[in-house]
Structures are given as C-alpha cells and as structure tokens.
Design a protein. Structure first.
Length: 655
C-alpha cells in the first residue's frame, strides 16, 4: 500500500500565553484557566490520516521529564525523540514514546502567540496521543489522533468531462433549517432577503432536501460556493472571506452535516466539488487580527489593492512592479492577501485542502482567484494533492479574457514551460463571451453567430487538454445567460446554447436556476446574480422545485435541459470523444463527437430563416442513412442529397 501520510505531517499549534489573553481571540479556547494557558489548534480537528497495514497501537505511556535549564526549554517527545528549542516558557511533549511520530521541528515566528510544531510521520501508524503544552505549573493537554485512511481513499475519481457540475450558492438556494439563520455571537446578526448583500438563510439542509430534484435534472456533480466559516460583519454570504479554514459556517450547518450532505450526494451517484480560497482570507481571521509573522500577508504595512492584471503571470514583458501589484495586492480591503511564499502559510493551506478531501470525501476542488496567488506554491499544491489522489481534479478560476492566457495555466502547457502549473482544469471564460453572442446573431461565414464558435474552437491548439476545460454560460460572478426575464421569451437561444454546451468539448457547469430560466444582470449588483431559488424558502409564492408550479415556458426549458443532461450521462462520445467540425455553411454549423464506433452529430441553425444543407459535404461524419435525433426523438433520414433546417433548430443525432 502506498504511503500517503507524508504530506499530512504538520500540526500547527497556537499558544496564547497569559500575558496576552486580552487579545480578543475566541477561537478554540480550551480554557485551562483564564490566567494560564489558552490554545487554539490551527491544524483543525487535531486529526491527521495515515495508512498502514501492520501497525500496533501504542498504549504504554512513558513520560519523560522536561528539563528547564535557565531559560532554555527542552521539548521532549519520547525516549529517542528529543528536541531542544528555545521559545520563552513553553514546553511541548507527548506523554509517551510514540514509536512512529517524531517531532521534526518546532518553529517560532515573530509573534509570541504562535509556535508551529512539525511532526515527522514518515513511519507513523494510526494512534492517539496528546500534545502537552506547559508553562510553569500550568499545563494543557491537546489530544491528537492519527487516523487510518478510508480504504481506497486515494483511488477516488474526480470530476471530469463525463460530468456536468451544478453550481449552488448555499446561502441562496434553499433554507432547510431556519433555526441556524442567525447564530448568536457571530458578527452578522440578521437575515434579510430584501437585501442583496445580506444573508438569506440558505443552508446544507436546504440543499439536502432537494438532492432528488438535482439528481433528476441529470447533473452528475455539485459545486458548492465556499462553505467555510465567514464570520465577517457584513457581505460575506458568498463565502469568499474565510475566517476558519477548518470549520464550515454554522449558518450552513456543522462539519458533520457537511459530511452528511457529501455522503447523501454520493449516494445519489453525484460528485462534490468544494470551493477553496488560498489567495486571501477574511480580515476577521485570527491570522490577520493576530498575525503569526509580518510576512504572513502581502503588503503588511497598509492596504494595497491588486491591479487585477494577472496577465503579468504569463506576460514575457511584465515589469516586476506590475507583477508584484497584481499578485501581492489585496483583492478587496476585507480580504487580506496571504503570502503563499511563507512556507508555513503554504503548508497550512496544502494540508488544509488534503484534510478536507479526506475528511469529507470530496471529488474535486474549485480554486478561487487562482492566478492571484503565487505560481510556484499553487503548482506545488496541485502536485501534492495529485500525489495523494492521482485522479482527483482541481479547477482553477482562471478569469482571463483570452485563451492564450488561460492555456498558460493548464497542466503541462508548453506556454508555461519549463514551469508547470500542475492545474488539470482551467475555466474557459472566453467561450462564455462567444456563447453570449453566438445564438442570436445571424451567422455569417467569418465572425457572426456560429462563426464565432467555429473560429474560437479552432484556436484550441493552445490548450494542452481541451477536454479539461470548465465551460459555462454563466456563474455566480457574471450576468446570467438571460439578463432579464423579457429575453427569456427567446427560448431558441437557450435551446441552442444548452445543446452546444452539453455536447462540445469540456466539462459543463450549470448555474443553479438556469433550468427555470432565472435571469440576472451584473449591473444590478452581484447579490442579484445570486437570487433565491423560488420555493427554497417556506412561504415562497411559487415553488419552482415542483413542475406543477413552474410556468409552461419554464417547464419547456426544464424538460429540454433535463433530457439532454440525462442522455449525456455515461455517453463516451461526449465525455471522451474527438471533436470534428465544419465551417458554418449557409448559416448552419455541424460537428461530430466520436469515440470508437460511437458518434454524435450536432446540427445547429445559426439563422432566423429556413436553410438547406448539402449532405455530401458532411459525408465523412454520417456513417448511416438515418439517425435518431435525441431532442425530437424522431428518426432523421440522411439518404437524400439535402437536409432542410428550420430556423434556429437543433439536431443531436446519435450514431
Ligand atoms: Ca438556515
Ligand atoms: Ca495574492
């Protein structure tokens, strides 16, 4: 069995000494005595995971006395495992001689409030032990556990192009438990569904209540916007201002409830993708309010905003000044920019992500603001996760305006060589722009309508792996595909976009509510891009989870996407197939997906008038004289010389 615990080998322990108890630190106070020691274990659950076959639990305690000579402190861990360090009057020791866990290093940074205990788990076996922190006569025991990994844990298969992700913003989807809407003691103390930037009360229970709905729709994975604690005074309902990397926000539920939601999602055959943020945290995180060291954050002296010009990461002409401003500047003032070049920051984030994968059973991670963080550290992170979970997948939010810049971020890209991001999946933002215009313009041969798609996909030469592109019509940060309800009257635009999105190369993502034609324009404010799903709150006038309460128009859209999504499941031509397309002719765009002897041919009319295509042109992708159109469920005859295409129609022909 592969040894997989190496990366999990650090424990971070924060110690608040008696002298600075006044600093307002409520986190994980073990409260020995208010005048003695208080601790917060930054490593989270005090649990790391190891794997092993022939291990023995060590039960015999063998105490070693701690030696204090003058002010020199001895950190003693077991008989053969003694470390001497100086750090004021703090002592660490384990209560017995663990034969497997060794103290590798104890690090003291500038702040006297923290020490970092690194454990060498090279030969670790599952066991429980205590970390003892002692100051004078005061002593605090921190229980720690090395757990055995679940069988097959490293074999999990992450999301891939056989999947379609359904993106949910937990605060806005459904409120299954009104009792957790407001948690006493947390900084934001109300819910207000009339305010776009306030919390609305959505939670894990609300999602869990509607897993059947999501599953029936036909998606195969759920991507949750961030679920970690955001104990900020305001505007953190979206979850991008983390204040605790090891705890979900209690307004969504508990860690245990999150694991339960993951398990239930898995039970329905769907994967789970967790949103993570390494670039920044919330300004109320204790890392910021009580910094371990000055260089824990970039621009530590005063707030400097990023230029957002992450093109500097690949620009061969970028100045050092521009690069620093883009990468080290803060995203916004309430989200201080973490310095991933600090090795302890890097280790903390990497270990945290692996802990969540193992603890909650994730199938993927979506990394926020990926290009805003340090390239080398992010590369190392992707590599180390892949070493633990070879088939796991991570998608980075590469919000850049052109495919060259995005291709640079994909694993093994020649554009980045000799560097390598190790990031398997990147986001195809330019395709979103192409799709915004492609389905309602009159197609011309060069640059309008379907020609936009044809020309854009022709540039896939820049991508190392086009199948590992996340593709989408919209997400929680953009205008929705329909910007207003009036536009939704044009359902042909929707039908063409959905058919294309679910049959072209890549991994589609569907933003919640797309299936019921939810519309939003970013100019109204980001909060309106994240409107409540109708029926997610008791007392909502309409419950769109029920077909009978949706409009006929909504049901037409819903049934359409549901049909294609469910057909797409397990379809290898779509998941793994090659793509071959033809230059739009007479306003019609035709392409083939093919895997072994199975193929799918998609025909999209890019015109408001009826067109005729010459079937001889497409002979190389039409192996039979007829095929079933999975949308109309009609058999289409292809034995004539021509095929008549109705305005804005779609065929998905299966061979
Ligand atoms: Ca709630
Ligand atoms: Ca940064």
């Amino acid at each position: 069995m592969r040894k997989i615990y190496r990366i999990l080998a650090i424990v971070l322990v924060c110690i608040i000494t008696a002298g600075i108890l006044s600093c307002n630190e409520p986190y994980r106070s073990f409260g020995v005595s208010p005048r003695s020691l208080e601790f917060k274990v930054l490593g989270g659950s005090q649990t790391v995971y190891v794997v092993g076959d022939n291990w023995e639990l060590i039960t015999e305690d063998e105490w070693i006395q701690t030696k204090v000579v003058n002010d020199k402190i001895t950190v003693t861990v077991g008989i053969n495992n003694t470390k001497k360090v100086r750090h004021g009057s703090i002592i660490i020791k384990t209560p017995y001689d663990s034969k497997t866990v060794k103290v590798k290093d104890v690090v003291k940074l500038e702040s006297s409030n923290y020490i970092f205990l690194y454990l060498d788990l090279t030969n670790a076996q599952p066991e429980k032990f205590d970390i003892i922190l002692q100051q004078g006569k005061d002593k605090k025991v921190v229980p720690y556990e090395i757990k055995e990994r679940k069988a097959g844990s490293s074999d999990r298969v992450g999301f891939n192009s056989s999947d379609v992700l359904y993106l949910i913003m937990p605060d806005r989807f459904a409120n299954g438990d009104p009792s957790n809407d407001v948690i006493p003691g947390m900084r934001e103390s109300k819910v207000d569904r009339d305010q776009q930037y306030a919390r609305h009360g959505g939670d894990f229970k609300g999602i869990s209540n509607h897993l059947d709905y999501i599953h029936d729709l036909g998606v195969t994975a759920i991507w949750f916007n961030p679920v970690l604690e955001n104990d900020m005074p305001e505007g953190s309902y979206h979850g991008y201002a983390t204040t605790d990397y090891y705890k979900v926000d209690r307004r969504f539920g508990s860690n245990e409830e999150f694991v339960d939601l993951v398990n239930k999602t898995h039970a329905k055959g769907m994967k789970v993708v967790m949103d993570m943020i390494f670039n920044h945290c919330g300004s109320e995180h204790f890392f910021f309010t009580d910094r371990p060291s000055k260089d824990w954050f970039n621009y530590p002296e005063k707030y400097v905003q990023t230029s957002y010009k992450t093109t500097t990461q690949h620009d061969p002409y970028a100045s050092a000044t521009d690069k620093k401003l883009a990468i080290d500047g803060w995203f916004v003032e309430s989200m201080p920019d973490l310095n991933q070049r600090n090795p302890h920051v890097a280790k903390y984030l990497i270990q945290n992500s692996i802990w969540w994968i193992e603890y909650s059973g994730l199938d993927g991670i979506r990394q926020d603001t990926h290009p805003y963080a340090d390239f080398d550290m992010m590369s190392r992170w992707c590599k180390e996760v892949a070493e633990e979970y070879p088939d796991f997948n991570i998608v980075g939010e590469t919000w850049l305006n052109n495919n060259v810049a995005i291709a640079f971020w994909q694993k093994d890209s020649k554009l980045a060589a000799p560097r390598n991001s190790n990031l398997r999946c990147v986001m195809d933002f330019p395709l979103m722009g192409v799709m915004e215009n492609a389905f309602d313009e009159e197609t011309n041969p060069w640059d309008k309508g379907m020609a936009r798609i044809y020309e854009y996909l022709g540039q896939d030469i820049v991508y190392e792996n086009p199948l590992e592109l996340l593709i989408f019509l919209d997400n929680h940060d953009t205008s929705r595909f329909y910007r207003n309800i009036e536009q939704t009257s044009n359902l042909n635009r929707y039908k063409q976009a959905i058919a294309f999105l679910l049959t072209t190369r890549g991994i589609p993502e569907i933003y919640y509510g797309t299936e019921i034609l939810m519309a939003a324009d970013k100019s109204e404010g980001d909060g309106y891009l994240r409107r409540n799903f109708p029926g997610g709150w008791s007392g909502d006038p309409v419950n769109a989870f029920n077909a009978s309460e949706r409009t006929a128009h909504q049901n037409e859209a819903f049934d359409y996407i549901k049909k294609i999504l469910n057909w797409r499941k397990g379809n290898e031509a779509i998941a793994k197939g090659t793509l071959k397309h033809f230059a739009p002719t007479n306003g019609v765009y035709v392409y083939e997906r093919k895997y072994n002897d199975k193929s799918v041919v998609v025909i999209l009319s890019g015109s408001d008038s009826e067109k005729t295509i010459d079937l001889a042109t497409y002979k190389e992708i039409l192996p039979k004289n007829q095929a079933k159109d999975i949308i109309s469920e009609n058999t289409i005859n292809l034995d004539g010389q021509t095929l008549t295409i109705k305005p804005r129609s779609v065929f998905i022909l299966e061979f």
